[in-house]
Design a protein around this ligand. Sequence first.
Ligand code: APR
Length: 228
Amino acid sequence: MKRLVVLTGAGMSAESGLKTFRDMGGLWEEYDVYEVASPGGWTRDRDLVLRFYNERRKQLLETKPNWGHMGLVELEKDFDVRIITQNIDDLHERAGSTHILHLHGELRKSSSTTDPDLVYDIDGWELNEGDLCEKGSQLRPYVVWFGEAVPAIETAAEIVSTAQILVIIGTSMNVYPAAGLINHAPENAPIYIIDPNEVSVPGYSRIRVIREKAGTGVDKLIKELTDE
Ligand code: APR
């Protein structure tokens, strides 16, 4: 089976009703990213940060995977599919994809503020001031914030370097190091971009653009790949 590596971003979950970050009406228009998603913001106002992620988590529990997520599951019949997602939602898991790497953490988990190896599932949607790890420290969202290292990036780069086909879905490719993963794709691997808007990835002549939302875009991709 050919190895198909998929890099997903917020646009993947847009048709499930979750907002993207940088589109019009996106989350970073409504919130100051440095106040809700950075170590500095956490130091300044923990309550604001916890409320921001509680709201995201609450919405996530009310939504479900869309046709795009389901299409990626279907592709597992014909391809060795490896998903690398920048999304912190669990919609790929709930759709049924089997190989998923989260680059920026997971919304439904918390981690200790003193020992990052202590990671817990969050029951329900709330994480609050006073929720402690087993060592007695405050728990924080298990999310990679701006200015923090991305521990999974090396594993992700290795996966991309084994791609026979690379598919990029619903990401503006603005945030590094995730956006740099494209540079690890083998030279002979075709690269597909599924996005309703233009995504600028300079210097790649082998890119095939499917200018569609994730649902119809993945459908077209399946047709194209399985007709070959
Ligand atoms: N289907 C597919 N793509 C879509 C859809 C849709 N229905 N709707 C919007 N998009 C596209 C937009 O055109 C844009 O290119 O999704 C992309 C969303 O880009 P961003 O909002 O920048 O999200 P993303 O690239 O995932 O952000 C990366 O930035 O804020 C941080 O940590 C956060 O993981 C996030 C990272």
